[in-house]
Write a protein that binds this ligand. Sequence first.
Ligand SMILES: [Zn+2]
Length: 281
Amino acid sequence: MSEQVAQAEIGVIGGSGFYSFLDDVAEVTVETPYGQPSDSLFLGEIAGRRIAFLPRHGRRHHLSPHRINYRANLWALRSVGVRQVIAPCAVGGLQPKYGPGTLLVPDQLVDRTKSRQQTYFDGEPRPDGAVPNIVHVTFADPYCETGRQASLKAAREYGWEPVDGGTMCVVEGPRFSTRAESRWHAAQGWAVVGMTGHPEAILARELELCYSSLALVTDLDAGAETGEGVSHEEVLRVFGENVGRLREVLFDAVTKLPSNDERHCACPDALGGQEPGLTLP
Ligand SMILES: [Zn+2]
């Protein structure tokens, strides 16, 4: 933050089920050089921590995963002061042992998306005239370990034993995988498959934000089950059954994060001194 006081310190990218019952939620709209975020930011407080909630798919859930403006979303969060992000998402289990209701905190991802803007540093001039340099960031470990540990600890304390680590495969969507694709993903040893985890993770890294994911398995993916395959109704039903306890874990996890000034991970220095050619908000 430059001129104004930070309005939030922690970002949560998830649906209205995560904040709609909080007292004193303030809605703020944020303009970005990359266009409109998915929705307004909803600012609230949990145990003294100031949180900015962003409904990833918009409050009416009208944005398909490939239509989400991920660059605007992460930029908007940073511009209100957010430096740490926890991003819950619904995923399919690729291994039979990760059935519906499994909570997994991934430590790796594989990008199988096709059409998404996944960098701020493409050398293309922005609408405001700024020209970003070409920057290469380290992405060997795509998730902040501090954030991961906060979620794992919160889940264990709640009594929902989480899976610590695993690879999240991110597909383009909006369709689900074919049985052959799903078997292929499973054969690689990957744990879960989703549609939104990328490019969220890399864009957060480029903005020097801490980012971790909290993946709720809502179904077994096509190659891991023997029935008719995934249906959207089934995904929504299982998500609905688990959103309450996912919120409990999430709200406890944010209280376990360090203050933004006390981060000891590598995330705040992700650009490693490379000159970005644009001013991060
Ligand atoms: Zn970090």
